[in-house]
Design a binder for this molecule. Structure first.
Ligand SMILES: Cc1ncc(COP(=O)(O)O)c(C=O)c1O
Length: 475
């Protein structure tokens, strides 16, 4: 149980925090916004620390979207009837706004609406012209939806190579990456995929890799899903071929919409393995032929989420009005304080309470902090127990490996040999509990907290108070 703290404790801690982080004052507008537009958070006493899982929406976004739906009649787009034209116009307007938000020139880039980041990744994976001379290079640090592209690559005979990240900071092993980048066959198609920000460790991998990889003959897929909620991605400065993201991670509402922002030149390389309603100009049964649309439509299967898409523009305008740099500053201050507090937390015998997986300073990292808790003897405490205890304190955090097994295995010290032998023992199916027993004495998951758009000092303070309840605790 968390011992309730006196209000004065948090107030004096906040005073100290504000004097140590003067930049935080510049983000005060977010406190006003939270009180006005996210009041339900405090009314329901939630400590929300899962922004990397999903962003939170403002009341005003939902109201503006509802009003739009109430004031208009929208029909299925891409027809010439009046209700269809209104829907088509809003979709195209939103498409243009997405490019504008990311400073992507419409001469070079196209925005393709998808269901989520995974949907965008799948389009690239299934359509990329891998062949036996081609190569799919990726970092250990990747979401499973990026790892999954290896199945498309292998099915077409392409080589698949992983570049490790190095514990404890879990940054890319630069020497190995440079060597791997040298392995592109200039006559084949080569795809390099990495995340702008890790959803496991919070590490921000350098965007300079994009041009380095281009120069060595690679197309670059930048997974920006965990980066875009708290950082500016400026596509006039960086030119990845494919950028993938989910809108709910940036502004909470609506779910079910993501985007593939693709360079027109790279898009020409993709071959869709099928066609669907909406993706063709003409398809014939007896003529046994079809012509794909030009541009975005060729990749948007079936009827678009035409009622949801206008809410994307509302959401992006909401973030633009705040200014993503303000969010970035706040997240940096809060995460830095949190890291320092967690690192300094010790049991009576001097052993650490928490081990952080990833950098412990804010240099090139975001507000996603992953850790495990340890008892005074140095034994890890099961992350599922931590989650159950956090639930009692109304703290929303996340545990497991966050769909990022590569970084998880490296952080937790689980070797390739151990993993391969576990899979050999149970070739049919390995449940997560089999897996836990198989790598006995090692944790198979971790605890992740992440700050975002309307996080405040009270949120991180409450988490530190929660962490303190494990000091000198035998579990
Ligand atoms: C870095 C990263 N990439 C991809 C994804 C997949 O996003 P979605 O589940 O919205 O498709 C996530 C989700 O957490 C993520 O953090």
């Amino acid at each position: 149980m968390v011992v309730p703290t006196l209000a004065t404790d948090v107030e004096s801690a906040k005073e100290d925090f504000c004097s140590r982080y003067p930049d935080y004052q510049q983000t005060q507008q977010l406190d006003e916004l939270r009180a006005k537009d996210y009041a339900r958070l405090d009314q329901t006493h939630h400590i929300y620390l899962d922004y990397t899982g999903g962003g939170l929406y403002a009341d005003s976004q939902v109201k503006a979207h509802t009003q739009l739906l109430l004031d208009n009649v929208f029909g299925n787009p891409h027809s010439t009837n009046p209700t269809s034209i209104v829907a088509t116009h809003l979709i195209e307007h939103t498409r243009a706004f997405v490019l504008q938000y990311f400073n992507a020139s419409p001469d070079d880039y196209i925005a393709i609406f998808t269901q989520n980041a995974s949907g965008a990744l799948k389009i690239v994976g299934e359509s990329y012209p891998f062949n036996k001379d081609g190569h799919y290079l990726l970092t250990f640090d990747n979401h499973n939806s990026v790892n999954g592209i290896r199945e498309f690559a292998r099915a077409k005979g392409a080589a698949v190579t992983y570049t490790p990240t190095l514990p404890p900071d879990l940054r890319i092993d630069e020497n190995t990456l440079n060597k791997n980048l040298d392995r592109a066959d200039p006559n084949a198609h080569n795809l390099f995929a990495y995340p702008a920000q890790s959803n496991f460790s919070g590490v921000q991998h350098s965007l300079e890799w994009i041009e380095i990889a281009h120069a060595k003959g690679w197309d670059v897929l930048l997974d920006a899903a965990a980066f875009t909620p708290t950082n500016r991605l400026d596509l006039s400065l960086y030119h990845p071929d494919f950028v993938t993201l989910s809108f709910y991670k940036i502004f909470g509402y609506p779910t079910g919409l993501g985007c593939l922002i693709a360079r027109k030149s790279a898009l020409k390389k993709l071959h869709r393995p099928w066609f669907a309603g909406g993706t063709i100009t003409v398809a014939s049964v007896q003529g046994n032929k079809h012509y794909l649309h030009d541009g975005a439509e060729a990749f948007e299967d079936g009827t678009l989420n035409y009622l949801g898409i206008p809410a994307v523009e509302i959401g992006l305008k909401h973030i633009a009005a705040i200014n993503v740099e303000t969010i970035h500053t706040r997240v940096t201050c809060l995460a830095d304080w949190l890291l320092k507090e967690l690192v300094s937390l010790k049991h009576g015998n001097g052993n650490p309470v928490v081990k952080i997986y990833g950098p412990t300073t804010m240099q090139d990292r975001g507000g996603t902090i992953t850790m495990n808790f340890f008892d005074p003897r140095g034994w890890f405490i099961d992350h599922r127990y931590i989650e159950a205890e956090a639930n009692k304190a109304n703290i929303s955090l996340r545990t497991g490996c966050f769909c990022n097994p590569g970084d998880g295995e490296l952080a937790l010290g689980i070797s390739a040999e151990e993993l391969i032998s576990c899979f050999i023992k149970r070739p049919d199916a390995l449940t997560i509990d089999d897996f836990r027993r198989c790598v006995d004495a090692k944790s198979t998951g971790a605890v992740r907290v992440s700050v975002g758009l309307v996080s405040n000092f009270n949120d991180v303070y409450r988490f530190v108070e929660f962490a303190k309840t494990f000091v000198d605790k035998q579990v």
